[in-house]
Design a protein around this ligand. Sequence first.
Ligand SMILES: [Zn+2]
Ligand SMILES: [Zn+2]
Length: 139
Amino acid sequence: MGYAGRCACGAVEVRIDGEALGVRQCWCRRCRKIAAGGPTHNAIFLTADIWIDGVTASDSYVADSGNTLTRSHCPACGTPILGGSSARPQMRVVRLGILDDPHGLKPTMAIWASEAPDWAIIDPAIETFPAQPPIPPQS
Ligand SMILES: [Zn+2]
Ligand SMILES: [Zn+2]
């Protein structure tokens, strides 16, 4: 099983040779900046399974956890590509929007719900964490 995708302008392409370890939506303030006010939607994959073709730009910041988070996007169209934490270099969170449809992935967890705006609608059927959840199993 694998996935393919591209940014809005097509300058950056991704290919993933593996299954997602989990799919989450993140309502943290930093994510809402890059997701136009809503949550980011992220599929967690092993870094070794991800191939990127094209030039990306990135920014980094130190999170409350003390870990450095790095996020990359297409410098031409701004589409968010993926993110990663210095604490877990073996994993990346791929932004769901870059994957070609239909990819069949959907969020099963909402995280950082404590930072969601009061108008946010979070599916009560999915697991919700007020902040950072546990790391998913890697097997
Ligand atoms: Zn682009
Ligand atoms: Zn976030």
